[in-house]
Write a protein that binds this ligand. Structure first.
Ligand code: PSU
Ligand code: MN
Length: 313
């Protein structure tokens, strides 16, 4: 395993010192946001985690290794590379074997975070069950990974390019704890509400950290999904987003877009249709998720320190 993982000096030092670390994904940078906002956002995400007192670990695949923490040059490669592969679970072995440049999805990043011993991960939105999945079976591997890898994923719910109700059903079937951060509703990425309720609500990071700790002590295999609604000031009108999403879905269908290209295609189309608006909202919500993830990582570290002190007595 050792030579498949490569830690940046910052992350290696944090591991050594037992400091809280927050994983960040790279598909969002390579395929989810337009240039040059993508690189600016990647940097801002790392700074936000640092300001909150944790250490950021942006994850990507490079030169036959899974990089846990990227330097400035590597971050730029992910943001501006021409042929960056989108790496989910099924893509990891080939991307590593071929020594290609890969950006990890939520699923890919969860796998890497778990291998690196990182418990908390911040992103924008997760993949889920696509609208019409009863016909084409398009269900993101992110859901399966949430059931497998013990990592807490902080997100703003999912875009309604997906069928959010079916997405919640699959999460329930797979036994993935879904926790609403100061909300009773599953957020719809650009919008604070979806009309769908979350099974559990949490209002403080200490309780959240306790839940994560208990999940581990119970021996549960999977992760937890923490859903953090976009800030009121940054949220976009539902009608605007529904219209853009409808248009994007229609174009994708008539262009015959399929497989792993569906999500990046829809994301790019929505950016075109809403102009900078959707990008501003997207950036605001990921930054907010990074802040919350750092607070959770800190609370988890405190809880573990307290337990170790108790045990030593
Ligand atoms: N949803 C977004 N922005 C994103 C993604 C999803 O609003 O950038 C990315 C994430 O990396 C997620 C991936 O893990 O798309 C899901 O892709 P798919 O639907 O092909 O599994
Ligand atoms: Mn898919």
């Amino acid at each position: 395993m050792k030579n498949l993982l490569a830690f940046s000096p910052e992350v290696a030092a944090a591991r050594e010192a037992g400091r809280p670390i927050v994983a960040l994904e790279s598909t969002l940078i390579a395929h989810g946001l337009p240039r040059p906002r993508n690189l600016e956002t990647a940097r801002a995400l790392e700074d936000t985690v640092r300001e909150a007192g944790a250490v950021p670990a942006t994850i990507a695949v490079m030169g036959g290794r899974i990089r846990i923490g990227l330097d400035a040059d590597q971050l730029e490669q992910i943001a501006s590379g021409e042929a960056v592969i989108k790496v989910s679970r099924r893509d990891l072995p080939a991307c590593l074997a071929q020594e290609r440049l890969g950006a990890t999805t939520v699923a890919g990043t969860m796998i890497a975070a778990h291998l690196a011993g990182i418990r908390v991960f911040a992103t924008g939105g997760i993949g889920g069950v696509h609208r019409g999945a009863e016909r084409d079976f398009d269900v993101s591997a992110d859901l399966e990974e949430l059931a497998r890898s013990p990592v807490a994923v902080v997100c703003a719910g999912a875009k309604s390019i997906l069928d959010l109700s079916k997405t919640l059903e699959v999460l329930e079937t797979k036994g993935v704890p879904v926790c609403g951060w100061r909300t009773d509703e599953f957020p719809a990425f650009y919008c604070r509400s979806s009309g769908l309720s979350v099974p559990h609500r949490c209002d403080d990071v200490e309780t959240l950290a306790r839940g994560l700790d208990i999940q581990r002590r119970l021996g549960f295999a999977g992760g937890t999904l923490v859903v953090n609604p976009i800030d009121e000031e940054a949220a976009l009108p539902e009608e605007l987003m529904e219209a853009a999403i409808h248009d994007a879905l229609a174009v994708a269908a008539s262009a015959g877009i399929g497989g792993k290209d569906v999500t990046p295609f829809l994301l790019a189309r929505i950016v075109e249709l809403t102009g900078g608006q959707s990008v501003d909202a997207n950036v605001a919500l990921v930054l907010s998720n990074a802040r919350l993830a750092a607070e959770i990582a800190l609370a988890l570290a405190e809880l573990e320190t307290a337990r170790a002190q108790m045990a030593a007595r």
